[in-house]
Design a binder for this molecule. Sequence first.
Ligand SMILES: C[S@@+](CC[C@H](N)C(=O)[O-])C[C@H]1O[C@@H](n2cnc3c(N)ncnc32)[C@H](O)[C@@H]1O
Length: 223
Amino acid sequence: MIKLSKRLETVASYVDDNAKLVDIGCDHGLLDIYLAQNRKNITIIASDINKNALDNAICNIKKHKLENIISYRISNGLDNINAEEIDTVVLSGMGSHTIVGILYKNLAKLKNVNNIIVQSNNHIDFLRYKITKIGYYIKDEKLVKDAGIIYTIICFSKGRRYYNRRKIYFGPILLNNQDKLFKEKYGDELNKLKILYKLIPKNHYHHRIKTYLKIRMYKKINL
Ligand SMILES: C[S@@+](CC[C@H](N)C(=O)[O-])C[C@H]1O[C@@H](n2cnc3c(N)ncnc32)[C@H](O)[C@@H]1O
């Protein structure tokens, strides 16, 4: 049995038995191997834009003799994936703009997709905003610390819910729980914002006001 990092283990925890999964940007394919070994009746397309990455995945999949469960495909995002093949999409380890770009380029391919599971390290608010705009709500989200880095992992499911700015920014479920990692992550960010604010020249009004308002938003959540 393959052992995953805490980050990928959390991504995997949102994938159900019976899922028809595409893992976009699979790279090494370790997530797919783990899921093939641990989920009943799953089918997986391991996909990457990069041939070397996909070759690496293919090599690992063959080593574990899982070709009957995991197929593989070179694809820029969802370009070479058919809507009928998938009901779950994983996009992990990519920037938020890349993830959103991939989804928005092929919205029609999401017609049967119930769950979109994402892990990105930047602009998580942008990710929440853009994915909730296309008919998904935040079913669950978690922070995990892996090798000293705090990662945000979100599972979106089909359906609509309204989120105000604070919820989009901090995450509706994370905000509700406010666990130790939440306080650590957003406490660090608040400290950085305070330092930044002091460094912004007095005549850069727009930047100063934007940063000030952000600091005020952080202060309201009692870190
Ligand atoms: C940092 S790796 C993440 C690997 C794995 N998903 C993880 O979370 O550990 C990012 C992978 O995404 C792939 N990638 C980047 N843009 C892509 C796109 N538009 N379509 C498919 N794959 C893409 C890269 O080639 C790379 O293998």
